[in-house]
Design a protein around this ligand. Structure first.
Ligand code: 3PY
Ligand code: ZN
Length: 637
């Protein structure tokens, strides 16, 4: 690659390069003698073999079997020779966002979004699905499932988890999926001013992020605010609209539409919110039922009202935590909803979305039957079933749905995480108390929307109360000194934005200890980020030139990006490794093929290893494409 860079450089090719070539283009020559790609890859595998992947600490390795990565057992080899049919993305290109939204509303079949590549794995196994498992299925989506409305494949927690835990670049994942699926809308979840992070960013950062995401292939942005504050969504929505993508503004469903004692979240509340979204330029209205508590009767009333009171199509998203979400989806369809989310069967249920197969089966033969069939879906579910087995170490030990969700209202993506957090703190046996504390904290905070990032604050406070044996009365007691968790202080200060009706003033005063809260949305007071300075800092941290996507990653998560960039420099692109190898390393005498470039594959075999010597070094005997390659790894600890 070094020589290719030089001989491929325009100045070299057109003969204008002179003896000053090296002086003028030092970047081409600044390759401190680094190891080649294959060696770095072997070192990563060796590191996992000797010291384990830190991600697996305290987890049981998967005993996986079934189809994995290899799609040839599922789709005949010839299927990739098929032409890619026109899909929703072609329709968006043809009609533009407004025309597309009008088409959604006018056509009769219910439209389907597959969440398998984002929310389903976020909610089932802590967002750990790797690109290596997504990419083999992608070209088949393009060919077999062009009838889908969209693939939700980016955003939410996938962004930071990709870099933080999977050591892969979320932008590269997007580009690789896009290359393989040119015809179906790509959908992302954007937390409005929180972008893909956990706190509000300066407005210019939100704009920059949206521009990059749209430029890299996101067609449909589902935008929500974690306190349902429409004002706090404006910057993100404007940026989406300027990019030419579809803007879906989502209202977060909270409480119970038919509980007269909790009339804050009434039909009028949601309709007013939807009208604000429509005025702000939304093309689609999302109902984001992040906890899965929107009961069939409620969603039916909501869908009818939203469609009657606005001119926008409605897209329903729910979670199956209770076990009853398919009933809500079918009620929404009966009420005229335009689109619904589901996950491929093997990735559905529990805290994930309801099953696409079940939805399609229920609607088969009806006038709203979707454009995809059970026969088309089946192979995908089969594929994901094999993939899912490899992530068993990250799954919560949840065997059944639980109607307890109507009490605590935890989002599907949070439920298993919070259980894990409780377990880590030795509070697993207090789960029932934590669930009740979660509901109590919600009321203490003024009955708020609970979704990333506000849900995390409510969870932190619930655990804090149980760990410290605090009742709601203790928390409110002015005479009782409480060291509130930092996230609670941030929330009460308004750093995540403000609920339209504010926070309860007494508690707010107590938490802030006399300091004033923000009186405006955070974006109005946060100074704009200096993007040039940020780029320079990111380059310094990464030790290389960075592009706009890297800059966007840095702006979201400077430390996570810097750590990831260091990992990349050290080991190269580890996203190409098969998942069992990434998490568990290679067993002696196992051989794998690693596709490192289009058409270029490394055959890697671990022949054997020594024990650690006196210096703590382990020698691993690899074979690389049949040639011996010994690698030395320092044993940790
Ligand atoms: C996220 O913000 O990641 C969510 O999934 C919220 O439901
Ligand atoms: Zn969700």
């Amino acid at each position: 690659a070094f020589l290719e860079n030089i001989v491929g450089h325009p100045a070299f090719r057109d003969g204008s390069c002179t003896t000053r070539f090296i002086d003028d283009t030092p970047e081409l020559f600044a390759t401190t003698p680094r190891q080649d790609r294959a060696t770095r890859m072997l070192e990563f595998i060796g590191e996992v073999v000797v010291n384990g992947n830190p991600e697996m600490k305290g987890r049981q390795p998967a005993t996986a079997h079934g189809v994995h990565g290899d799609t040839s057992l599922i789709w005949p080899a010839s299927s990739l020779g098929k032409a890619i049919p026109a899909g929703s993305r072609d329709r968006l290109r043809e009609l533009g966002p407004q025309g597309f939204a009008a088409w959604m509303r006018a056509q009769q079949a219910v439209l389907l979004t597959d969440t398998t590549l984002r929310d389903a794995h976020q909610s089932l196994f802590a967002t750990r699905m790797r690109s290596a498992d997504m990419l083999p299925a992608a070209p088949h989506y393009a060919r077999e499932l062009a009838g889908l409305l969209s693939l939700e494949c980016w955003g939410g927690a996938t962004f930071d988890v990709a870099m933080r835990f999977l050591k892969e670049d979320p932008w590269q994942r997007l580009a690789q999926l896009r290359e393989r699926v040119p015809n179906i809308l790509f959908q992302m979840l954007l937390r409005a001013s929180n972008a893909v992070g956990y706190t509000n960013y300066p407005d210019n950062v939100v704009r920059f992020f949206v521009q990059r995401a749209a430029a890299e292939g996101i067609d449909l942005f589902r935008v929500f605010d974690s306190l349902n504050n429409a004002d706090n969504m404006r910057v993100a929505m404007d940026a989406v609209n300027e990019s030419g993508a579809l803007c879906e503004a989502a209202l977060c469903y909270t409480g119970d539409l038919f509980d007269a004692r909790r009339d804050k979240y009434s039909l009028k509340y949601y309709v007013d919110l939807a009208k604000q979204f429509e005025r702000a330029g939304a093309h689609i209205l999302g109902i984001k039922d992040m906890a899965g508590i929107c009961r069939p009767r409620a969603v039916s009333a909501l869908v009818k009202a939203l469609r009657e009171e606005t001119g926008l199509p409605v897209h329903f998203h729910t979670h199956d935590t209770s076990g009853a979400s398919a009933a809500s989806v079918l009620a929404a369809v009966d009420a005229g909803v335009d689109a619904v989310d589901g996950a491929m069967d093997a990735m559905s249920g529990l805290t994930s979305q309801p099953s696409l197969g079940a939805i399609v089966a229920a609607l088969e033969g009806s006038e709203r039957a979707p454009a995809v069939t059970l026969d088309q879906l089946r192979p995908f579910s089969h594929y994901w079933e094999g993939v899912r087995r490899h992530y068993a170490p990250f799954e919560a030990d949840m065997r059944a749905g639980t109607a307890d969700v109507y009490r605590h209202e935890m989002p599907g993506g949070q439920y298993t995480n919070l259980r894990e957090q409780a377990r880590a703190m030795g509070l697993a046996h207090r789960w029932d108390a934590i669930a009740q504390a979660y509901a109590d904290v919600n009321m203490l905070f003024g009955d708020i929307v609970k979704v990333t990032p506000t849900s995390k604050v409510v969870g932190d406070m619930a655990i804090f109360m149980v760990a410290n044996e605090l009742t709601p009365a203790d928390v409110l007691d002015p005479a009782r000194e409480i060291a509130f968790p930092e996230s609670v202080v941030q929330l009460m200060r308004g750093e995540l934005g403000l609920p339209p009706d504010g926070f309860p003033t007494e508690l707010q005063r107590k938490v802030l200890k006399g300091r004033p809260p923000l009186s405006e949305r955070p974006g109005a007071v946060l100074p704009p980020a200096d993007l040039d300075a940020a780029r320079a800092a990111a380059q310094e941290a990464a030790g290389r030139e960075i592009g706009d996507n890297d800059l966007a990653s840095w702006l979201m998560y400077p430390k996570v990006f810097a750590d990831f960039a260091r990992h990349q420099r050290r080991y190269g692109d580890v996203s190409v490794l098969p998942t069992p190898v990434f998490f568990n390393g290679l067993a002696e005498r196992d051989e794998i093929d690693v596709p490192i470039d289009a058409g270029k594959t490394l055959a890697v075999r671990l022949v054997g290893r020594t024990e650690a010597d006196d210096d703590g070094m382990v020698k691993l005997f690899f074979e690389l494409n049949g040639q011996p390659r010994p690698i030395r790894i320092a044993q940790a600890g």
